[in-house]
Design a protein. Structure first.
Length: 403
């Protein structure tokens, strides 16, 4: 079903003047095959030939653009059920999801499925863009009915921070500029909303977590005593002198120094790449996690996860995989498949012996060594992991750690 996702993104890029002149010329040439004769904005993101032939999005397309106020990365994810894995991939790192609703059809099965995925991924912000308003003569009543219906869906799923905007992606109504066709809409247009919404409030500054990515130990005489642990702080704030714990070994020590951009700093926070120095020397390697002892993570080898299966080969209890959690990679086994989650209804289907491509299940995993983790709905940055096929090195499963 075509709700106009690719057209919307094309319109955002086109109207915000984020398309280079050579891209625009290529777009005009390719659009001449279309009967309408106008530029087909969907071609900006639908890069695969099969996508263009079928008029649907198959793979996740990433587009980068910026305005004077903010930089954006758009993940154009397919909406069809057979591409659930692509949608989970595209949404897993997003701070905001735009769910498109066709104004003629209202809330349909696909809308519910996308909303369920947003709920499972603990999406911080959701924008319901009611598209194709031009095809319902910009009816305020039609729009209000959709808002009322979606509000009940959102409440049942526990979705928070929902916003609603009526648009026409094809014609540009309420995309970059306010539409004269819908004077009854008192809120902002889509780009204004995206430029002004606060996303810093989603960062966690209390639970300090820094997975070690690299141990820096120069083998030169001038830096004989230098030993630093490099990584990106995924949450929290670190200050010089903080008491910290290195997990999973549970070594306790203090931060003696923090380096950022080759300079010593007094503190560093979530999102920054740093080198941390410790007062004591321990055996620390890639995959260990440096945390503050006021809000420690959970530590264990048995995990309950929601798992989206991404491989054509079925998942079965007893299968063994490599498990990647931040920078830590360990061996793991699937101990049990508890139930399959119907992504259209949230119904739990029990008695599952194998899991097929795009299915979402609740499962128990056991790792060969302990992981320092958080629950996904409490700290997304430290609550997600992937499963990797040991022979092909292909990512086969995306997991969200549960209670």
């Amino acid at each position: 079903m075509d709700d106009g996702k690719s057209t919307l993104i094309g319109r955002l890029l086109y109207d915000s003047k984020s398309i280079l002149s050579d891209q625009l010329e290529a777009l005009e040439r390719q659009s001449k095959n279309k009967e309408e004769g106008s530029i087909d904005l969907a071609l900006l993101t639908d890069g695969l030939r099969a996508e263009r032939e079928q008029g649907i999005t198959i793979d996740v397309a990433y587009k980068y653009f910026s305005t004077p106020k903010r930089k954006f990365i758009i993940a154009d994810a397919p909406g069809h059920i057979q591409y659930t894995r692509n949608m989970v991939t595209g949404a897993s790192n997003a701070q905001l999801m735009i769910i498109l609703v066709d104004a003629r059809n209202g809330i349909v099965e696909q809308t519910r499925r996308h909303s369920i995925i947003a709920s499972l991924l603990n999406m911080p912000h959701v924008v319901v863009a009611v598209n194709k308003m031009d095809l319902v003569e910009f009816s305020q009543d039609q729009y209000n009915n959709i808002v009322i219906e979606y509000a009940s869906v959102a409440k049942s799923l526990g979705l928070k921070n929902i916003s609603y905007i009526p648009i026409s992606a094809l014609n540009g109504d309420n995309i970059v500029d306010k539409s004269n066709n819908m004077p009854w809409h008192e809120g902002p247009c889509l780009l204004d909303f995206l430029e002004t919404i606060s996303i810093d409030s989603e960062k966690n500054f209390t639970h300090a977590r820094m997975p070690v990515q690299y141990v820096i130990r120069p083998q030169v005489e001038s830096l004989h005593d230098y030993r630093g642990y490099a990584g990106k702080i995924i949450s929290g704030i670190y200050r010089k002198g903080d008491e910290i714990i290195v997990l999973p070994a549970a070594h306790k020590t203090k931060l003696s120094r923090i380096e950022r951009n080759r300079q010593d700093v007094e503190e560093a926070s979530a999102g920054q790449a740093v080198i941390l120095h410790l007062e004591d020397d321990f055996d620390i390697s890639r995959g260990d996690v440096i945390v503050k002892n006021d809000h420690p993570p959970k530590l264990g080898q048995e995990l309950e996860v929601l798992l989206c299966w991404m491989d054509s080969k079925p998942l079965k209890a007893g299968n063994k995989y490599l498990l990647q959690h931040s920078s830590r990679r360990v061996k793991a086994v699937v101990k049990e498949i508890e139930y399959r989650l119907d992504v259209n209804s949230l119904e739990k289907v029990e008695g599952i012996e194998s899991v097929g491509l795009n299915e979402i299940v609740r499962a128990k995993l056991k790792t060969a060594s302990p992981l320092a983790y958080d629950l996904y709905n409490e700290l997304r940055a430290n609550g997600g992991l992937i499963l990797i096929d040991e022979t092909s090195n292909v990512t086969v499963g995306a997991c969200m750690i549960q209670e």
